[in-house]
Design a protein around this ligand. Structure first.
Ligand SMILES: CC(C)(COP(=O)(O)OP(=O)(O)OC[C@H]1O[C@@H](n2cnc3c(N)ncnc32)[C@H](O)[C@@H]1OP(=O)(O)O)[C@@H](O)C(=O)NCCC(=O)NCCS
Length: 235
């Protein structure tokens, strides 16, 4: 793991163009959860030997719900009434008293639901939770001080390369700036995610570590990458 101080930005994060004409951006609704999970399943199709497809779907549902539980900003991109992109993010300036406590409760409920799902012996699920906790501990060490965080960003494969990801990201960063956030971060993995996208949005790599959870799920050694952008420098 290494931490690099953020000293410069090589790219701008000025707002990109409007949404493509067939795409609209709106606030996330709980009915959108299914569409978001379907995109997540497309991004992470691998099923480890120790888990059934049903359990993996349950895990993805829990993952998307958890990313939502940590967020104060939730938007989706829709085309023909279908969700084709999603961004969830947390902005410190939007947190109210007790929000952190409520988030912790909600997250515990989500993961307990995952653990206790179905009758099948839960050892594989327990192992996933233990690896997830270990990865979160490593992430807490690798992440710089931050007051805005992208917790989920996905675009459906048939709509990628159309500026939707950038638009969702820009809108989140604009809101974070409006709420006086100074540093925004995002955690992603390699392989498995298009992390280069974050560099085009103006983020810089500030930390990395072995991702215990994703390595286990994908069955290949996977690096966790932590990216950050200094919101005070550009706007
Ligand atoms: C990463 C992701 C959200 C990008 O969404 P997108 O809508 O295709 O991205 P955009 O069309 O808005 O592209 C914005 C910029 O990023 C660049 N970019 C996008 N994907 C890229 C990739 N895989 N490699 C390099 N650059 C990429 C584009 O070239 C574009 O650059 P430009 O502004 O200089 O033209 C999408 O590929 C995705 O959902 N991937 C799977 C999940 C994932 O990797 N999520 C993020 C990490 S967890």
């Amino acid at each position: 793991m290494f931490i690099r101080i953020l000293v410069r930005l090589t790219q701008t994060d000025t707002p990109s163009q409007d949404a493509p004409s067939d795409v609209s951006i709106r606030e996330f609704d709980v009915a959108d959860m299914r569409g978001c999970v379907e995109i997540a399943a497309e991004v992470w199709p691998d099923v480890p030997e120790t888990m059934t497809v049903k359990e993996i779907m349950k895990l993805l549902k829990a993952y998307v719900a958890d990313s939502s539980a940590m967020a104060t900003w939730r938007e989706v991109a829709c085309a023909s009434d279908e969700v084709v992109g999603v961004v969830f993010g947390m902005i410190e300036g939007d947190m109210r008293p007790f929000d952190r406590f409520k988030m912790a409760l909600l997250r515990s409920r989500i993961w307990l639901g995952f653990l206790l799902h179905g009758r099948r012996f839960a050892l594989a699920r327990l192992s996933v939770l233990a690896k997830s906790a270990l990865t979160e501990m490593k992430l807490a060490r690798a992440r710089p001080d931050t007051d805005a965080e992208v917790t989920l960003l996905l675009v459906r494969s048939d709509h990628r390369g159309r500026g939707i990801g950038r638009l969702l990201m820009d809108r989140f960063l604009q809101e974070a700036r409006a709420k006086h956030a100074e540093v925004a971060t995002v955690y992603t993995t390699d392989p498995g995610c298009n992390w280069q996208f974050y560099e085009t949005c103006g983020f810089e790599l500030v930390g990395s570590f072995d991702d215990t959870l994703v390595s286990h799920l994908q069955g290949v050694d996977t690096k966790a990458l932590v990216f950050a952008i200094d919101l005070r420098l550009k706007g």
